[in-house]
Structures are given as C-alpha cells and as structure tokens.
Write a protein of this length. Structure first.
Length: 225
C-alpha cells in the first residue's frame, strides 16, 4: 500500500458510512439499495452458513461484517485504519476486530474457511496482492471460498473516465500527487497468478451484474479451495 493511501485511510473522518470507506463514484456515495444488492450477491457467492469462520479483509467500519456476522460462527474483521475501526458498526462476541496492515498479517493464526476482500484490493500493488493471496490460500481450509469483489478493470479505465469532466478530475488528482482509485488490474493477472499458485480450474472471474453499482468498470473473483 502506498504512503498516499496509508495517510488517506488514517486521516479519514466519519459521517456518511459509505463515503468513509470510499464507496463512491466521483464523490457520490452508493445508496443503500445498491449496496444491499451487492451484499446479496456476495452472500450468494460465499454461500455462508453457521459453521463458517469468515475473515473480512480491509473491513473498514464494518458495513459488510454487520450484514454477515449473524450468519456465521465467527468473523475476524481486519483493517489498519484506526479512525474506521473506531467507528465500527458491530459490537458482538462473534466479531473480533483486528487493527493491522494486512501486508504483515499472519493468516496462520486463524482457522478460517471463508474470506472476503471487497472494494479494497485497488489500494495494493501487484506484488502485494500476489503475496497476500498466497498467504491466504496457503492457510485457508480445504473446501473454503475466497471472494474478491470490485476489482478495477484496467481495460475499462478510460471508459470510466469517458467524460471530459471525469478526465479533468483524474488528471487534477495526478497533478496534486494524489490518487483516485488506485491500482487497476488486468483479468489476465489473476488468471495467471492463480494458476501459478496452483489454483488452475478452481476460480471464476465474474462480470458484475449490469444492475450493480460498479458493473461498468469492475469485476469479481471467486476462488474455491
């Protein structure tokens, strides 16, 4: 994770819960109906049940943990941003909140079978993503599921910044030495890296349903272990 994003997430203010975790489009937060649609889709792919131990990676203020903790045995919510964790949505013995950079997190300390990494992979570079993925897959139980959601698709980047004002927004960010979204990924990176890690034939790269908030420029990945 770059210094820019480290500083950004450690200086975030409260207020609108979606805006606090950056779930916006050009500053406009996702509405609750759109977010609920995403949560239903996540649940369909993770197939959560009462015996599951779920890791919510880059959990932020707990909006996803809040939706799922009652459906599983235990949730470990991991994030390094104290401002977000102080505003965490859930207070339950079924939820353990861990403040740590996931680059340094030891996944072997948790016996888990489900993991969600949602709307945050863009804050890491290619090397970090590969290292984190390897640690996850080396430690998750057999028969588990990893769901990586809302991955920015580099082949759709300039469709996303299609309007003149969007391009101005993007380039003004760069001129100020700021980032907007973070790392954009090729689907082929995940196809090749997951095959390299021994998961050929065990993953699916999903087009997001067209009615979803970020469907025009993001994709999802489901890995079965």
């Amino acid at each position: 994770m770059s210094k820019y994003w480290e500083n950004y997430w450690n200086s975030i203010n409260g207020g609108n819960k979606q805006k606090s975790v950056g779930r916006t489009k050009f500053g406009n937060p996702v509405n609750q109906n759109d977010f609920q649609r995403e949560l239903v889709y996540i649940d369909e792919n993770l197939k959560l049940n009462g015996n599951d131990v779920l890791i919510d990676l880059c959990a932020g203020n707990g909006l996803i943990t809040k939706e799922f903790f009652d459906k599983v045995e235990k949730v470990y919510a991991i994030d390094f941003s104290l401002p977000l964790l102080k505003d965490f949505e859930v207070d339950s013995p079924k939820v353990e909140v861990i403040c740590q950079d996931i680059n340094q997190f030891d996944f072997s300390q948790i016996n888990f079978n489900k993991l969600i990494w949602y709307f945050s992979i863009q804050h890491f570079n290619y090397s970090e993503v590969l290292i984190i993925l390897k640690k996850i897959l080396d430690n998750i139980q057999d028969g588990g599921v990893v769901y990586i959601g809302d991955v920015p698709d580099i082949n759709k980047k300039w469709e996303f910044y299609s309007k003149k004002e969007y391009k101005s927004f993007y380039f003004n960010k760069l001129l100020n030495n700021e980032d907007h979204i973070g790392t954009w990924f090729q689907r082929e990176f995940f196809q090749s890296s997951l095959s390299f890690l021994g998961y050929s034939g065990k993953f699916k790269i999903l087009d997001k349903p067209k009615e979803h908030f970020n469907s025009s420029y993001r994709f999802d990945i489901v890995i079965n272990t």
